[in-house]
Design a binder for this molecule. Structure first.
Ligand code: ADP
Ligand code: MG
Length: 453
């Protein structure tokens, strides 16, 4: 019996034992490469298949083979390209030039991966879209455009996508900051003036960017003031996109808010999926802190009330949470404490945590104070009701959340029943104007403020 026939029998057998999605995903594209010396070598398309088959389906395969051949085989699994590499390595001595040919560096930071990215409501969609793109680059959402304020995990997610793709395929991935792209591009124009090697460089540039399977470009807002680089990026984008290559872009604002960016680029950015990532909610902040503590190998126990203290006071971005943990550790080391407790944390973080806000001041506290003052409910503030008796207090509450707590517009919007950040921005501007023009309103706002602080 030849290998193909034998394998089709094995697959028929397996097909009767697993559901059709499992069969289609993990078995359909497998082949039997060799079967000798009690070892069956199977070829699979990607690393993820190998892992899955070895972790979960090894016994099933051994059993099916045993039934058909009456022999117990060990299972060995290879990727298609490993076979080619094996053969080449066997027959050829590496040539010198090979070591000097263009070596592709992806610039990926390995420690930014999906495993250590903590998911909560505010980044759930961004995370799921990133994973979907990582699982099927060029096939699901192209381009993927991630946006949100600084420190919310955009760069982390982009590296996670790149790392996942590199681990599970042979695709050529490149991560660049917009600045790097600008620098690369400016080298072409610089050399243009004085020597002919510019052509080589232009080729290098094109080769570097246009031969990729996955281009990840971070902080695209920096291209806004560079029309020539935008032009080049436009061509690169078109070539990659038309070839079904995956493009992943991040920015601190949505495509439409990228004021100086060419219209045709903005249009393209919206062709795929545009996802925003919000500032982390309380639960997520707590979970991120716990994960960071685990990852940092901190042996001291950090009590829950300390974690809650940090999570309720550091609200704007994840970088601050990391900073707080580092500060806490440094402080306990410096002061020779071997136990971390709340009073110590309060002391260690007193300079970082907003002055003038008591420990428990948060958006809810502001909402309660405003609701009390106007004799409405917090739910009203969060509702969609537009009557002036509700909308006006809501605007004041948003304004106070911004000015007292320094919360981001996105986060305030989220805490007020999912309002858009531009609505919050508008409310804050409006109340600011009213305070300047209307003594009565100014006094009301002052009174509420006093009741909060
Ligand atoms: P951005 O690119 O949006 O400014 P980064 O990706 O640089 O933000 O994130 C800032 C820091 O916070 C990084 O160290 C990153 O690992 C961490 N971080 C952000 N979000 C998360 C998360 N959900 N889980 C774990 N770490 C996170
Ligand atoms: Mg970033």
């Amino acid at each position: 019996m030849n290998n193909d026939l034998l394998w089709s029998k094995v697959l028929n057998k397996i097909q009767t034992e697993v559901n059709s999605i499992v069969f289609k995903t993990w078995f359909k594209e497998t082949k039997l490469y060799t079967i000798e010396n009690n070892i069956a070598t199977i070829i699979v398309p990607m690393e993820i298949h190998r892992k899955r088959l070895l972790d979960t389906y090894k016994d099933l395969i051994t059993g099916a083979l045993l039934e058909i051949t009456n022999v117990i085989y060990d299972i060995n699994i290879l990727l298609e390209d490993e076979i080619i590499i094996n053969k080449e390595v066997d027959i050829s001595i590496p040539k010198k030039e090979e070591t000097i040919t263009f070596k592709h560096a992806s610039n990926l930071i390995k420690s930014y991966n999906f495993e250590n990215f903590v998911v909560g409501n505010s980044n759930k969609l961004a995370h799921a879209s990133a994973l979907a793109v990582a699982e099927a680059p060029g096939q699901t959402y192209n381009p993927l455009f991630l946006y949100g304020s600084s420190g919310l995990g955009k760069t982390h997610l982009m590296h996670a996508i790149g790392n996942y793709i590199e681990e599970n395929s042979n695709k050529k991935v490149l991560y660049v900051s917009s600045q790097q792209f600008i620098d690369d591009f400016s080298k072409i124009s610089r050399r243009d003036d004085n020597n002919k090697t510019n052509y080589d460089y232009a080729d290098y540039f094109k080769n570097k960017y246009r031969s990729l399977d996955v281009l990840i470009i971070d902080d695209i807002q920096f291209l806004a003031t560079k029309p020539k680089t935008q032009e080049e990026f436009f061509h690169t984008f078109n070539i990659l996109y038309n070839d079904n290559k995956q493009i992943i872009i991040s920015s601190d604002r949505s495509p439409n808010d990228l004021k100086l960016l060419e219209e045709r680029l903005k249009t393209r950015f919206c062709w795929g999926l545009t996802v925003d990532i919000y500032p982390p909610e309380f639960e997520l902040r707590k979970n991120i802190l716990k994960k960071k503590i685990q990852g940092a190998n901190i042996h001291q126990k950090i009590p829950d009330d300390v974690i809650e203290y940090i999570a309720s006071n550091m609200t704007s971005d994840v970088r601050n949470l990391e900073g707080a943990i580092n500060r806490l550790m440094a402080y306990s080391l410096m002061m020779g404490y071997n136990e971390i407790n709340l009073p110590m944390a309060v002391d260690a973080l007193k300079d970082t945590i907003n002055k003038g806000t008591s420990e428990k001041t948060n958006i809810l506290k502001v909402q309660k104070a405003v609701a009390d003052y106007f004799q409405i409910s917090v739910d009203d503030l969060k509702s969609k009701k537009r009557s002036a008796s509700i909308a006006f207090p809501r605007q004041i509450a948003m304004y106070l959340s911004r000015t007292i707590l320094n919360e981001s517009f996105e986060r305030i919007g989220l805490e007020f029943g999912g309002k858009d950040h531009s609505t919050v921005m508008h409310s804050c501007d409006k109340i600011k104007g009213e305070i300047n023009n209307n003594m009565e309103i100014k006094n009301s706002v002052e009174k509420i403020k006093e009741s909060i602080l």
